[in-house]
Design a protein around this ligand. Structure first.
Ligand code: 13P
Length: 247
């Protein structure tokens, strides 16, 4: 399946000095290898310093804007991000969608800007609790992918990373069961395969996110279609993050 990835999403946590310390501790505790990519999505203000601090840990941003410059107060462009030493970003985290109103249409513009700039990204998708309770999670996630991602060419699609993060599992301590995770991950892979063919579907890394921790990571990562994790709370301490990497 896709290449293995373990990525921390620090969200709006930690100060700069704590961030520097965490990067050093993570790098002291894991040995990077060709099989697993390890990343941290950090507050954008910290990117420059942390990219200088890190050697093998990949530093990314949690958000960016699709325009290249201009009157967009408070936003950052891909060029500004790469100029500070980060070469990957998240697109469409559920907190960006629900708190900041980002729509599938806006996310499509971000996807296009990223592809045009050869900027790598993890596209986040996932259903809220009420959608799962109504049994509509597959339709919901498929629509997120159709409306923001599935217009890409096969060549661009094979470079994409996807994170499935059921909203009801984020920060709640409630993890998707391995069955729920595997069902959605294999559904996502089959939709990619329908549109782009099996080889491309197999090359896309599909990460799971939502209350992933050192206790449940190995079980989740053992699922056939789970290629790694996007980790929130448990990425803020080197010991728990490194245990997840080792899982
Ligand atoms: P938690 O691991 O804290 O549930 O957060 C998951 C997440 O949102 C990662 O992007």
């Amino acid at each position: 399946m896709g290449r293995k990835v373990v990525a921390g999403n620090w969200k709006m946590n930690l100060g700069l000095a704590e961030g520097v310390q965490l990067v050093k501790e993570i790098e002291a505790n894991y040995t990077s290898n060709d099989e697993i990519r390890v990343m941290a999505f950090v507050p954008s203000l910290f990117v420059s310093t942390l990219a200088d601090t890190a050697s093998s840990l990949e530093i990314g941003v949690q958000n960016f804007y699709h325009e290249s410059k201009g009157a967009f107060t408070g936003e950052i462009s891909i060029e500004q991000v790469t100029g500070c030493g980060a070469f990957i970003g998240l697109i469409g985290h559920s907190e960006r969608r629900s708190i900041f109103g980002e729509t599938n249409e806006l996310l499509k513009a971000k996807v296009d800007a990223a592809v045009a700039n050869e900027f790598e990204f993890i596209f986040c998708c996932g259903e809220p609790l009420e959608v799962r309770e109504a049994g509509n999670e597959n339709d919901h996630v498929r629509q997120q992918l159709e409306e923001s991602l599935f217009h890409l060419s096969a060549n661009d699609m094979k470079e994409i990373l996807i994170a499935y993060e059921p909203v009801w599992a984020i920060g709640t301590g409630k993890t998707a069961s391995t069955q729920q995770a595997e069902d959605m991950h294999s559904a996502i892979r089959s939709w990619i395969s329908e549109k782009y063919g099996e080889d491309i579907a197999d090359s896309v890394s599909i990460l799971y996110g939502g209350s992933c921790n050192p206790q449940n990571a190995s079980e989740l990562f053992a699922c056939e279609n789970v290629d790694g994790g996007l980790i929130g709370g448990a990425s803020l301490k080197a010991d728990s993050f490194c245990s997840i990497i080792n899982a």
